[in-house]
Design a protein. Structure first.
Length: 110
């Protein structure tokens, strides 16, 4: 069951798609680097994003990645919370076209 879907395509910094994002500008933050590396391989939930970033505000890390031109998509997934109430959680994934670029950046910094 899926709920709303929000795309990064509607919000992109001017020139984000025309220029390459360099490793030194994108991977300066270890939090961003960890989340970007995870997204290069599979979708992650907001809870996983918090754990991977080692921060309590994973959505801010995703917001900053988008600001660097990475196309991180968001889907709000319907679920039930511990008390049985309807709720939603966020699932993030990286646009397929960005995955090879992330993997190349990760190889450069190894």
């Amino acid at each position: 069951m899926t709920g709303q879907r929000k795309s990064a395509a509607g919000w992109e910094p001017e020139g984000a798609l025309q220029t390459n994002v360099h490793a030194d500008s994108t991977l300066k933050s270890p939090k961003q680097a960890r989340v970007l590396a995870a997204l290069a391989w599979r979708p992650i939930t907001r809870k996983e994003c918090d754990a991977i970033a080692r921060a309590s505000n994973g959505p801010d890390v995703v917001f900053k990645l988008r600001g660097h031109g990475w196309r991180v998509e968001t889907e709000l997934v319907d679920c039930r919370d511990f008390d049985g109430r309807q709720s939603r959680y966020a699932r993030y994934w990286l646009h397929d076209a960005d995955k090879p670029r992330v993997r190349a950046l990760l190889r450069e910094v190894e």
